[in-house]
Design a protein around this ligand. Sequence first.
Ligand code: ASP
Ligand code: MG
Length: 422
Amino acid sequence: MKVFKFGGASLESVDRIRQVAQIVQSFPDEKLLIVISAMGKTTNELEKIAQNYFLRKREIAARLLYNVEQQHLSIAEILLGGRDHPLFTQLQQFFTEAEWTLGEKPMRTYDYYYDQLVGLGELLSTAIVSAYFNTAGLKNTWLDVRDVFRTDDNFRDANIDWAYTQKQVTEKVVPLFNNTNIVIAQGFIGSTDQNESVTLGREGSDYSAAVFANMLDAESQTIWKDVEGLKNADPKLFPNTVNIPEISYGEVIEMAYYGAQVIHPKTIKPLQNKQIPLLVKCFLDKNLPGTIIQEEADAKQLPPIIVLKKNQVLLKITSKDYSFITEDKISDIYEIFHKLKVKINLMQNGAISFSCCIDNNPEKIELLIKTLHEQFKIAYNEGLELLTVRYYHDGLLEELSNGHNILLEQRSPITIQRLLQK
Ligand code: ASP
Ligand code: MG
């Protein structure tokens, strides 16, 4: 059994979906659990719908939903050669449910409604791909992963109930392979014990695939991307990137932790725990070698790895009365960050101040500052970039920081981080 994951870019057009089918066709006798995320930028569109709904801008939300609907219907129509197929009834049901949600008065949290609306992208994409595969001779079973992935109600970042989900996978998913070699499931979503939809965090489909790989004891997981494999930096931001043929789980965890948008950070653990290799391959040319991620890999072979996180904010938290910022104060500060679910990307403390770098999320920052303000003076600086380089050398650092002020720096023999201001 292998687990495949296809992301939004591999499904953004009719041609690409056909390409995905060709890839799957080239594994004719393999049992495949295929995890699929939403097509193209659908999730971003759905986020806008959730935002407008919550702001009571229902007409805008409805119009945006209509656009999503038309895009999906027209892709489905081309792939299936018309609208005379049960798929269209299934799609209509999904849209009707979303319309019902939009008709409700928001009584619960934004995160709850977000999850009821945003998971729609995966339901649509999997239904379309599954129906198309079946007509193209790739017999498969469509699975509603919400019947299998049980989570808590931490909406937008739900945590999998491992034991319950394993039981569901064994009892409900394994038998599906008696009927078809291919099972298609949504990434990114799950459900609470109250049957409320949840999401697992943006880009969470990699993680969904890893959960399946772990629970099905898969021989490998492959993430099919529109790039050659894992690179030492984001090619959209840096010239002359190189492909990394082989890398360890540990190194990828570090990259993801520092903000490399290569693979969802939670993906590695379920694979590492069962020593399942993770392959990153290019769906545009499956003969390219790609990247293999596994327990052991020779770190000496690695090029410098560069991660740039944009849109960062530096918060300087200073005691009002010149008292020292020691363990007790730091623990107060941390508790506030933890409660408001704000992740600290880099931190440093001095005698009477604590500085940290966080993502620029205006609503959260406003709340954070309001809460911290009771005890501390706050200064903040926005529009910054956090540069992380592993296996750095001085020439490269100079080149990357050139023309910037360095507001904060932290360095170990392997990793350097700099908060940069233009
Ligand atoms: N569709 C979701 C997102 O764009 C999940 C994923 O792509 O992995 O965040
Ligand atoms: Mg995506």
